[in-house]
Design a protein around this ligand. Sequence first.
Ligand code: SAH
Length: 365
Amino acid sequence: MATTSSIPNAPINLLALTEPEMVTFTRAQGWPDYRATQILRWLYQRRAQTIADMTDLSLRDRSTLAESARIGRATGCTVLRSQDGTRKLLLPLDDGLMIEAVLIPDDERLTLCVSTQVGCMLDCGFCLTGTMGLKRNLKAHEIVDQVLAAQDRLDARERVTNLVFMGMGEPLANVDALETAVACFTNKSWGLGWSPRRITVSTAGLASRLKRVAALGINLAISLNATTETQRRDLMPAANDLASLRSLLAACRRYPLALNRRLTFEYVLLAGVNDLPSDAQRLAALLRNIQCKVNLIPFNEFPGSRFRRPLDRDVLRFQATLRHTGIDAFVRKSRGRDVLGACGQLGEQPVRPGSIALTPIESRC
Ligand code: SAH
């Protein structure tokens, strides 16, 4: 993370400082080290929007701080509400680009889905984000700000129960920022204090970086989506160049899992392409002896895509075939499709509420 801005004498963004950088910064002001923790708590636990909010710092210290620093929270966030309660947040970045985060209520859970990149370089054939190309990696504080912005907009009785890195981008292609952001979410002293078990990172399969996810203690989801090398190369060519199906599964088998934890495999169901009983059988064979569950995601359609969403009947048949082999398989509910907030629908599309037919599958069994 940068401690200084590229513009000389521009105020430092306090959110862009890591804990050690904050200590260096407060020492440079001649302050005791505990002041660093005090400021970090204001930023993350109390979500201060301005330095003036930091009321346990003396007025003098606050004005000294305001001379050289600022709190670079995104302003002008737009919230789109889906009929099903899903809320999509559009956050403008300093350079004018936009990022998206999605709040998804489901029974007792409230899951927040965050982005790690603007766009994505992988360009998987079924994903809208891929059609944008990669604009840039998000900085760690831009990832964290999605959480802070969402928390600011919760109703009084709501709290985020789960965080998933399944928004725009490939999280493991921006793994340094991912690690810094996760540290903010899990730090108990000044951060959000969340258990790493509440956090899941989803990857298209950057096999060589799975170790770094393991070290964070968070959950890992792998977007498999295909059961043969040819099929995967067709659907996810760039991801497949980085790791073949075979080497990805080998990395999954090596992944250090605690006894009571399991990997998640995501599988986007595309009508007539990878949703046949033979696909389900091959999938079951590939996952044999891996501690895992499978999340089936019926394809969410977007204008211009060459794929179609399978019939509910075919989705349930695929699930039943997997279950028959002893694999725990779930169908992910499609949420927020009317605000283009569902999986693979984050990207540059004009939002015309009501323009997309809703065909929810409500069977999370
Ligand atoms: N790049 C990461 C995270 C972002 S995508 C990854 O690939 O895992 C999150 C999930 O949505 C992935 O499992 C992906 O396969 C799925 N997905 C992408 N586009 C989709 C679409 N149009 N319909 C349904 N799921 C989609």
